[in-house]
Design a protein around this ligand. Structure first.
Ligand code: MG
Length: 307
């Protein structure tokens, strides 16, 4: 269903944003019926999108060939963020079981990470894969703060950090100054990693921004300057396009930033947006997880290869 102009609209702050859309392009609501949509991941080989409905403890699947939606996995252990690795396998952050898993080609599920230095992770939230095979994920406490999106529990770890799982299975902590690390995505050349901090969800004075880190050859991060401050709510999940623009979730829709941090426009969505990803055969279709619904819109750019 197409959204009317009053429900969804493009807020242009720069002609450079306007150049990314045709005048007649519109936002579509592809499906509704979730409690909290998150973690969209595009499966190119199967031409479908998988995403999470966290409080309903299930993952959904939208089929590009006929527009149908079905349950992909239930229970999902309150799965949140998802991505697809270079081999086409699903990588999932499970809040309920407080772990990161991989769904293998035969359908079996392997646990990739569930403890750091002997202590249980808080509740992995979002995940990306580097072309060297390493898996990077954020670990805020959202899944253990209440029983709504997981199981209420006391954290075992001292803080909320970002972790890197190497090809050989070594788990290392790569940040130490986040309140609630949330979405993350690499730049097109993978020389930078962007990470959002959504600490403002539980502290009005807390962070609501995206930071940029340089990725070092040894897998560590350097820098971490703030490149975008959220004007409406918090930044949750986000993705980059091939030109390095950041397309990020916010409370009033999708905000688009240029690599230098200039906000050039917004796609207004009538629900809080939790995450998004690029998909479709040309990766030029933005799939947007609003609170209860899945939306999409075509753009004149392509998402980076992985995400
Ligand atoms: Mg998130």
């Amino acid at each position: 269903m197409n959204l009317s102009a009053s429900e969804a609209c493009f807020e242009t702050l720069s002609p450079r944003f306007q150049a990314l859309f045709a005048p007649h392009i519109h936002v579509e609501r592809l499906w509704t019926g979730a409690r909290w949509c998150e973690g969209p991941a595009w499966f190119a080989a199967g031409r479908y999108l998988v995403w999470s409905d966290i409080p309903n403890n299930r993952m959904m699947r939208w089929d590009e060939t006929d527009g149908s939606v079905s349950v992909f996995r239930s229970p999902s252990n309150n799965a949140n963020g998802n991505t697809v690795d270079r081999q086409g396998r699903l990588i999932t952050c499970e809040q309920g079981t407080r772990r990161v898993t991989r769904t293998e080609h035969d359908g079996s599920i392997s646990v990739l990470a569930e403890r750091f230095e002997g202590r249980r992770l808080n509740s992995p939230n979002d995940v990306v894969v580097h072309s060297d095979g390493s898996i990077w994920f954020t670990d805020p406490t959202y899944g253990i703060l209440t029983d709504y999106e997981g199981d209420k529990a006391e954290p075992e770890l001292a803080g909320c950090h970002v972790y890197r799982l190497s090809n050989s299975g070594d788990l290392t902590q790569v940040t130490d100054d986040f309140v609630k690390p949330n979405g993350l995505a690499f730049s097109p050349s993978e020389d930078a990693l962007y990470i959002s901090d959504s600490g403002a969800t539980h502290d009005p004075e807390g962070p609501a921004h995206i930071r940029r880190f340089e990725v070092q050859a040894d897998g560590t991060l350097r820098g971490g300057e703030i490149i975008a401050e959220c004007q409406t709510g918090i930044f949750d999940g986000f993705r980059l396009d091939q030109e390095g623009r950041i397309w990020t979730s916010a409370f009033d829709g999708v905000h688009c930033y240029e690599p230098n941090g200039d906000l050039i426009g917004k796609i207004r969505i009538p629900e809080i947006v939790g995450n998004l990803t690029f998909g479709g055969p040309k990766r030029n279709r933005l799939f947007i997880c609003g609170t209860t619904s899945l939306y999409s819109v075509y753009v004149f750019t392509r998402g980076v290869a992985i995400g």
